[in-house]
Ligand binder design. Sequence first.
Ligand code: MN
Ligand code: MN
Length: 308
Amino acid sequence: MALDEEAVEKLVKAGEIAARTRELGARLVREGSRASEVCSRLEEYIVENGARPAFPCNFSVNHVAAHYTPGVSDDVVVKEGDIVKVDVGVSIDGFIADTAVTVDVGGSHEGLVRASEEALDAVVRLMRPRIRIYEIGKAIEPVVKRRGFRVIRNLAGHTIGRYTIHAGTSIPNYPERKSFYARIEPGTVVAIEPFATNGRGYVVEGGPVNIYAYTGKKPRIPLNELETEILEHVREEYRTLPFTPRWLARRWRPEEVVEALKSLASKGVLHAYPVLVESGRGLVSQAEHTFVVLKDRVIATTCPECGQ
Ligand code: MN
Ligand code: MN
């Protein structure tokens, strides 16, 4: 992605809003809070600040590592002792910031939370133009291990494109041989997200799908009237960014929406994001920042206090 001055400005602005949204999220998560209320509030906050959610607010509790967002009816209520990952994305004209924080409700998982935070801090200190991807993983994994935990090997940081949350290159949370020579070139936006766990260090798919994104592909099978209508709306409102049935249930009947989205996914028009859970039912922590890599410097957009 070529990054002109205007693009960088929008990326920085999106990062500032994302950072404030993340902090609001951290304050709202406590014993008894509802995922649906926290997520709606955070998504509203993003809009109030003149931006759009880049994806539905993710609210992943305990062994759920990622990609849970409240459905149209299901809800999660936070309990004492839970460990909650709040992951938010902000888009300004498709220029995206992606950031996450882990809340330790009850204070019994401090080491686990610190593991992912310290790993991310290590990357903040290391980040520079043309850094090797291998070097990032090599900085993350030992920090997590030193705390007595494992990184999740099949969850990774990622490059970000315009209106594209995963632009194709993964940034593993361990030193991966395959990425030994690959570098992060100027003009790249990248999210780094260490995940730490006391489980096996792998996630598997589980739980209901509440996040979808338009694939940009033509349907394999003809669409019915409602599907056509919903798809048109989705393309216009979200383009290729992820969205959730919750957002569409304001406009159509919730059951209709859920059914239509499933069908659109089966016809290849939508990509479905399944919930990812730790395979050993281990607890999971996550920390995440977005970085804009330029020729002469790197901006941690979701960490205004990090400096440049
Ligand atoms: Mn994220
Ligand atoms: Mn991410």
